[in-house]
Design a protein around this ligand. Structure first.
Ligand code: MSP
Length: 507
């Protein structure tokens, strides 16, 4: 069975702290992309999960005074539950302590060994437990990790190494022949420069307790990063369900933030090359969300006390999802997150923009046409243009979405919202309605904005699943919002409360 599924992944998150707005960011963007592809009729497999092995989890459990399995068991639900609260439509959720994962990691390593890509050697060098990463001198500043600013450890261990250097040339060739393998450009340039400098072999085992025993050497465990990367295949049936595996693999995109791009765009493809497995089509490494100028993190410098759940409680899950995908520009650059920006976006775009367009249209249909959407028989050029703009937005947005220009995709859709509101202001149907002779035109105006709203409900459903479903139903349509909605003429509308209630500015 050939591949027939769009496969998108997020990183699997460490469970040593509860998820914050930073961890939720990649998951929301991935969800929007996944829903976009489903909306367009594709089969989608959206995988997320948690990374539960390694020194960091072991240490956190020790600090909490519980055994490590009990610790990770108590933390994983925080992720599952937050994704539910954020309306994340993941098809699977993998935990790396699950049997299906542990069992498949063994043949993965054995295959590397069978290819003579693994040998034993001594590693002497730095290690940052917070990054779970072997560090070079260049990564260490005054004894501290350059990312976390906390002390690194000196390791001197006999380890198993992967012959990463053997794949140097093939990786260069990959980058040169498939420049969109790694995006955006800045990540590509950085990794390409690294490849040109020359790769050195890398340890793939650790002498710690908490992990998957290294095949053939139970004194050691598989290095957590190597094992974590394999989640992308162990979850979809690698060495377990070949039919499923072939339908889904390779990934269409691995999504993540920039600090873990080397693992995904250098080490991971090299291992897949060794195993002669197809490579992911795209790796996309976005910038960081910042608070007070620092990366938002669980325990690092840019701590924000704004919790996703509190924001959802105030603004609603749709507004939360909307802000992080359209309000904050998705791409290679870092972006600041603040409550003020979220509030301003909510008010401008959702209350005054989409919400206002919907409430005016529905209220006038209710008032002037007894709640039944009139026909657009008297439509003139402005109506035809507006509707054509709505119908054409999908093609523009889809092209951008395919290029992972998520924010720009929504710009194209938001243009329709803006134009429709502008059109109502210019047409002033509330004034026209004072003259009985103009009622056919009033009908055409409202039929048009109602139809435009139906397009918007579909196009915005990946980002605001609840509000758009509600809008779609209020416009008298059945089922879920779908692309190319038929004319709503004749549908009975429901006015309802404001889709996005006005909220007081934060103190
Ligand atoms: N466990 C590894 C990933 C293994 S994937 C095979 C890991 N976990 S993590 O918990 O540290 O998550 C890192 C990821 O969380 C980032 O790459 C990004 O996707 C997301 N983010 C965490 N904080 C973030 C920001 N402040 N801004 C943007 N993304 C954020 O690394």
């Amino acid at each position: 069975m050939p591949k027939d599924t769009f496969y998108i992944t997020t990183p699997i998150y460490y469970v040593n702290a509860i998820p914050h707005v930073g961890s939720a960011y990649t998951t929301i963007v991935a969800d929007v992309i996944a829903r976009w592809h489903r909306l367009h009729g594709e089969k989608v497999h959206f995988l997320t999960g948690v990374d539960e092995h390694g020194a960091k989890q072991q240490k956190s459990a020790e600090e909490a005074g519980v055994d490590t399995q009990t610790y990770v068991d108590s933390m994983a639900p925080h992720f599952r539950e937050l994704w539910q609260a954020l309306n994340i439509s993941n098809d699977d959720f993998i935990r790396t302590t699950e049997e299906r994962h542990k069992r498949a990691v063994v043949p993965f390593i054995e295959q590397l060994q069978a290819n003579d890509d693994v040998y034993t050697a001594r590693y002497e060098g730095w290690y940052c437990v917070r990054c779970e990463e072997f560090k070079t001198d260049a990564d260490v500043v005054d004894g501290n990790c350059s990312i976390h600013g906390t002390p690194v450890e000196w390791l001197a261990e006999d380890n198993h190494f992967f012959r990463l250097s053997k794949y140097n040339d093939r990786l260069i060739e990959l980058y040169e022949t498939t420049p969109d393998f790694l995006q955006p450009k800045r990540a590509y340039n950085e990794m390409y420069a690294l490849l040109k400098q020359g790769l050195i072999d890398t340890p793939i085992s650790r002498r710690i307790k908490w992990g998957i025993p290294f095949p053939g050497d139970p004194e050691q465990v598989v290095y957590v990063w190597v094992e974590a990367l394999t989640n992308y295949i162990t979850a979809i049936g690698y060495e377990r369900d070949p039919v499923m595996f072939e339908r889904i693999w390779p990934a269409d995109v691995h999504l993540m933030a920039k600090e873990i791009v080397r693992f995904h765009a250098v080490i991971w493809p090299a291992m897949l090359m060794s195993l002669e497995l197809p490579l992911p089509k795209h790796v996309f490494a976005h910038g960081w969300l910042l608070a007070g100028g620092e990366k938002i993190s669980k325990s690092g410098r840019g701590i924000t006390d704004l919790q996703p759940r509190e924001l959802i409680a105030t603004y609603g899950v749709d507004a939360y999802r909307y802000h992080f995908t359209h309000g904050i520009k998705f791409g290679g650059d870092d972006a600041s997150f603040s409550l003020e920006d979220l509030h301003a976006r909510y008010t401008a775009d959702l209350v005054n923009g989409l919400g206002n367009l919907a409430s005016r249209t529905l209220a006038m249909i209710d008032r002037y046409f007894d709640g039944k959407i009139p026909d657009a028989g008297a439509a003139g050029e402005p109506e035809v243009d507006l509707l054509a703009g709505a119908a054409g937005a999908d093609a523009v947005a889809s092209a951008r979405m395919d290029a992972f220009e998520v924010t720009q995709a929504f710009d194209a859709i938001w243009d329709v919202v803006r134009r429709a509101n502008q059109y109502l202001v210019e047409r002033e149907p509330w004034k026209l309605a004072k003259d009985e002779a103009q009622m056919p035109l009033v009908g055409a105006v409202l039929a048009t904005t109602a139809h435009v709203l139906a397009y918007l409900a579909a196009l915005l459903s990946p980002v605001m699943p609840d509000a758009t479903q509600e809008l779609w139903s209020r416009l008298g349509y059945d089922g879920a919002p779908s692309l190319n909605p038929p004319s709503p003429a004749g549908n009975a509308v429901r006015v309802g409360d404001a889709l996005f209630p006005r909220i007081e500015a934060p103190a």
